[in-house]
Design a protein around this ligand. Sequence first.
Ligand SMILES: [Zn+2]
Length: 126
Amino acid sequence: MRDIPAGEELTGDYGTLNIREPLRCLCGAPDCRGWVLPDDLLHHGAQWEASVKGVFPLIPTVPQPLWPLLKDGERTDVEAALRDPGQIRAIFTHYSPPPVDDPTAPAPRARPVPGFESASARGVMR
Ligand SMILES: [Zn+2]
């Protein structure tokens, strides 16, 4: 955990968003995975959750200027989880598998293999 300087761009990992199609990541971070995949949450969720749980107890120790942006009930949930860490909602509750009965849903894809990116992705590799 660290302070966020005024004006710093905040970023998030699209792997937490239940995307349905793999997409090439162009974030430029030294530890970038290169791809954001529909099952990233299943593969990396435990690590992400451990990171959050490690710093979660520090929330009341620093000013929280973003509290007003939370939706109704979210602050109450966070405060309850601060009192009882067992109430921290697992990141896996945000994962939903692709619908199996949706004929428009894309077919499951294998994890892209480095060096075998599609032609449309070749122009954006770093
Ligand atoms: Zn990236």
